[in-house]
Design a protein around this ligand. Structure first.
Ligand code: IVH
Length: 670
């Protein structure tokens, strides 16, 4: 490469990496894998070594990445939050060990191996056993104070036990277990919203939410892996972590002390297999010199410690041909492009298709039919196309145009400015949307008509028997018996199942109607707040927003749904069929809280917030969302919102715990 080419490439790489840093740390929406990122960074490092004169002052090789978040208070870290050097292969790891041995003059080093969790770095401070502050990594030099959000994480102790140090800082990683992540995505699917790509993105997005009450609803978890204190109490890293564990801090139970690099490599092999059995994602192993004295002796480079390194598990990559691109239409009309691949083996399974997510992703990859593409799979995660092998691109294949019309019904697609996804707007007549809505309606969490099932929905639709949910209720035995391979017994079963569904409560009927963004929880909230469908249908956007958990977007969607005459006609038909469109209001258990107004904030130990609210309401009390001079009590849990707390203090509103609430309910006899 000649100097001017190198200069150009160096600048391009710097810009590109800066953008990826921004996507990863600030937007929490990375668009390339860690592996790809590291490859680009390595190329840049190499070029900077070859052509130091072109190295930019603010090169991505010189800093950790990231920025601070608007709306939070930023603070300089007491000790910079550095990142780690990393490697994907064992030879480089042996080189690391050699460097450590050479600089210390020792023959064999004691290391600690810890699983590297794919989450979000956090620094937490304890004073006299109390959690006083939590700061995000930010750009490594300064981060955002997110104490209230971190306090909502269930397994982080707000108070320590045992013989703890009076003052220390501990660092760790906030993450989400796969189960919690899947549950969250399931809720999004039910609400007809696009899913999150991975647990890390959600964990990181969650910390940026300004309302701690919202954060408390996310199933976040934390592991702490590094302790800092000024007294040099511990001579070994492993001792400090063990002590932290004894004070009640969540430290990983999977770490191991290894003597010499061979034992380290053994640990890597062991976990490369076992990691798939964990309940959370790990992307590698962090290897640390155990002796604190040696750590100090080895010190730091500008960006990373010389006493630690991260070994990253390689995800398996294969290359194959892109045979075509098909487009799937979901229940809500969202269009997903799918890569149809020449079958290829990856981690023991044959991969034939991979999601291309949306038009932006296709444009980013500049993927074209006929290309050779790289497919990657990491354990359980769905295969992903990570790049195109441009060297193998056949001549003259044209750029891939995104479809403009629905492949199923021919309607012109729409795309809102802020959304990545294209939608087919023909929600009432586009076949997969209609069938999808029918399947949703009979689903377990909606009308729960088990005798029907997905396949029959499709058949009923194709035979022109059911197009809308209300058509289920006019189906006759005769209609069914006319279908191929339908026996008397099955037909009776189906009719009975449909009949029985008429007793499903309002919230389930509402959920079953499949209004966009109205998932299970939202349906419940709406049913409780408006009591019946007529009041709900008449509600203004403002009245809808006033309901707990209903935001602008949901309110507008619900409002416009009920402004369409065919939707109202369908409601009338379902009503006529005898479905329940009125909520049963919880029976009053007592009047001890009559006329009292409550606000709730934070996370509780014995009851969920919904249970506590229900307790208040069933005893005659009222729940309100903000603290005012009319509030009688603020029910306060851990991680209570700071603005609520401040207001309550200013207005003299008493704070009560969940136990005190129960005392108040119990103490007055109705
Ligand atoms: S030690 C100076 N230990 O990986 C020591 N980091 O690429 C720096 N990470 O910023 C960190 N598990 O967010 C350390 N057991 C572990 C870790 C770990 C995950 C993250 C952390 C760090 C990044 C470095």
């Amino acid at each position: 490469m000649n100097p001017s080419e190198a200069k150009q490439r160096l600048e391009n790489l710097s810009n590109e990496l800066q953008l990826h840093n921004y996507r990863y740390y600030v937007l929490a929406e990375p668009s390339i894998s860690d592996f790809e990122f590291d490859q680009l960074l390595k190329e840049l490092e190499y070029l900077e070594n070859q052509f130091p004169e072109f190295k930019l002052a603010d090169s991505p090789t010189q800093k950790v990445g990231g920025q601070t978040i608007d709306g939070f208070i930023t603070e300089k870290h007491k000790r910079a939050m550095l990142s780690l050097g990393n490697t994907y292969n064992e030879d480089e790891l042996r080189e690391f060990d050699e460097r450590v041995r050479n600089s210390t003059g020792l023959n064999e080093i004691e290391y600690v191996c810890e699983l590297k969790i794919d989450g979000l770095a956090i620094s937490v401070f304890y004073e006299n056993g109390e959690l006083v502050k939590a700061v995000t990594r930010g750009d490594g030099i300064q981060g955002d104070i997110v104490t209230e959000n971190v306090k909502t994480i269930r397994n982080i102790p707000k108070k320590l036990k045992g013989n703890f140090l009076p003052s220390f800082e501990v660092r760790g990683e906030i993450f989400m277990h796969r189960k919690g992540f899947e549950r969250l995505n399931e809720q999004r699917i039910q609400a007809g919203e696009p899913t999150y790509a991975n647990p890390r993105n959600v964990a990181s997005g969650s910390l940026k939410i300004k309302d701690s009450n919202e954060v408390a609803k996310r199933p976040l978890d934390i592991f702490l892996y590094q302790l800092y204190e000024d007294q040099n109490t511990f001579s070994k890293h492993s001792d400090s972590i063990e002590a932290a564990g004894s004070w009640g801090l969540p430290v990983p139970g999977t770490s191991k002390t290894c003597i010499g690099i061979d034992q380290v490599i053994e640990f890597l092999h062991e976990w490369d297999n076992k990691r798939h059995d964990l309940s959370f994602d790990t992307d590698g192993v962090v290897i640390k010199v155990n002796s604190k004295r040696l750590q100090e002796e080895l010190g730091f480079t500008a960006k990373t410690p010389r006493w630690a390194i991260a070994y990253k598990f390689q995800t398996e990559t294969a290359s194959t041909k892109l045979l075509g691109i098909t487009y799937q239409v979901g229940r809500t009309g969202a269009i997903t492009p799918v890569a149809e691949l020449q079958p290829v083996q990856l981690l023991g399974t044959t991969v034939k298709r991979a999601s291309l997510h949306n038009a932006n992703e296709m444009a980013r990859l500049d993927i074209r039919v006929g290309d050779t593409v790289f497919v990657e799979k990491g354990g359980e995660i769905i295969p992903k196309i990570v790049g195109v092998d441009l060297a193998l691109r056949p001549k003259d294949i044209p750029p891939q145009a995104y479809i403009t019309h629905c492949p199923e019904c021919g309607s012109e697609l729409t795309r809102q400015e802020s959304e990545a996804q294209h939608y087919c707007p023909n929600e009432d007549h586009c076949p997969p949307q209609v069938v999808g809505k029918l399947e949703h309606f009979i689903g377990r969490k909606a009308m729960d008509i088990q005798s029907v099932g997905s396949e029959l929905c499709e058949t009923l639709y194709r035979n022109n028997l059911v197009r809308k949910p209300s058509d289920f209720y006019t189906l006759t035995m005769e209609n069914l018996l006319n279908l191929e391979r339908m026996g008397e017994k099955s037909a009776r079963n189906i009719v009975e199942g449909i009949e029985n569904s008429k007793t499903q409560p309002f919230e389930r009927v509402l959920f079953g109607m499949g209004i966009r963004y109205v998932g299970e929880t939202v349906a419940k909230k709406l049913a409780q707040a408006f009591v019946n469908i007529d009041k709900l249908a008449q509600a203004s956007v403002e009245e809808l927003i006033a309901v707990d958990e209903i935001g602008q977007r949901i309110a507008e969607t619900v409002h416009s749904y009920f402004r369409q005459t065919d939707h109202m006609a369908e409601v009338q038909k379902l009503k006529g069929a005898g479905l329940i469109f009125e909520a049963v209001i919880a029976e009053k258990k007592g009047h001890s809280l009559n006329g009292k107004s409550f606000v709730i904030s934070g996370v509780f130990e014995k009851y969920s917030r919904d249970e506590l609210k229900e307790m208040v309401e069933s005893h005659g009390g009222k729940m309100a969302s903000g603290v005012t001079s009319k509030t009688d009590y603020l029910i306060a849990g851990s991680g209570i919102g700071p603005s609520k707390l401040e207001k309550a203090e200013k207005l003299g509103v008493p704070l009560i715990s969940e136990d005190q609430l129960i005392e108040i309910i119990g103490s007055s006899i109705d």
